[in-house]
Design a protein around this ligand. Structure first.
Ligand SMILES: O=C(O)C(=O)C[C@]1(C(=O)O)C=C[C@@H](O)C=C1
Length: 281
């Protein structure tokens, strides 16, 4: 659309418009540098060096939601989302360095796209051939993250079972924070880290549920609680299902509802939690 000249305002020259762009770019750069000075002060307030991890997934999710709600104009939402993901992930990294370990058993490209979109290029991306290798790397590191593809089917096995151990890594986020059709890094992934004592967000809580076999009424029973079976894989013990339910649902209620539905449930262990999904049409 061509700009109509405003009668008492002369059409600006290209040089004048570029001056405006330079002014805005400088202001944005100075604001980012100022953001860095705040982060510097925040490190001691958060005592990041003691915990080894600066992640606050709930805070990040609410920041991304505010960004999406505020956004308007020419710039695609994808672009602002990726810019802010890189800002936040990199400011997390400067507080306490970490790597992102990816299970690429379902292909490297979607995982790399997801990691680069959500964590940028400064944060190292390390690929692994299996889920077990990712969980091992996260367990061995101080503040590292692992990412798993949610829509991979049963090909990588019941990887979530390994998160059931008491002090083992746990799911802390589901990406992308902003869900919409044609998202450029839309592969749904779970992020794991060592347990984040005071920082976990519990809008959605995840459980490793062990069944002797699948029961057709389980899906309806979970839907009745506002939950779902996210993934499942057969193993030597029967069928392991990764179950997601709203945080308000007590484990005893979940257990009761599944049992009443006729499921032969042998184990139900929490394996993490994450923020509510934020959908944009
Ligand atoms: O708010 C915090 O606790 C921060 O460390 C700041 C910040 C950010 O850069 O905005 C970085 C990491 C957290 O995951 C959340 C937000």
């Amino acid at each position: 659309m061509s700009e109509k000249p405003i009668p008492d305002r002369p059409v600006p020259t290209l040089a004048q418009l570029r001056q405006e762009i330079d002014r805005i770019d400088e202001a944005m750069h100075r604001l980012l540098m100022e953001r860095g000075t705040i982060i510097d002060r925040l490190i001691s307030v958060k005592k990041t060096s003691e915990s080894g991890s600066a992640f606050r997934p709930g805070r990040e999710a609410s920041m991304m939601r505010a960004l999406a709600e505020r956004h308007e104009g020419l710039l695609p939402l994808d672009t602002v989302e990726s810019i802010w993901r890189v800002i936040i992930a990199t400011f997390t990294y400067v507080q306490a360095p970490y790597s992102v370990h990816a299970d690429i058993s379902g292909g490297d490209a979607p995982m790399r796209d997801s990691a680069r979109f959500h964590f940028g290029f400064t944060v190292p991306y390390v690929s692994h051939p299996s889920a077990a290798a990712v969980i091992g790397a996260v367990a061995a590191g101080r503040g590292d993250l692992g990412i798993f593809r949610i829509d991979q089917g049963a090909s990588s096995g019941a990887w979530w079972r390994a998160l059931a151990e008491r002090d083992g890594p746990k799911i802390i986020a589901r990406l992308p924070f902003i869900e919409r059709p044609d998202h450029p890094a839309g592969t749904p992934v779970y992020v794991i880290s060592k347990p984040l004592a005071d920082a976990a967000v519990r809008d959605v809580v995840l459980y490793a549920a062990q069944f002797e076999r699948w029961h057709r009424d389980v899906a309806a029973a979970l839907a009745g609680l506002g939950g779902e079976a996210v993934a499942s894989a057969a193993d030597t013990y029967g069928l392991s299902v990764l179950v997601a339910v709203p945080g308000a649902v007590e484990p005893s209620r979940l257990h009761g509802v599944l049992t009443e539905a006729g499921a032969s449930l042998s184990q139900l262990v929490e394996v993490g939690s994450h923020a509510e999904r934020f959908r944009v049409k």
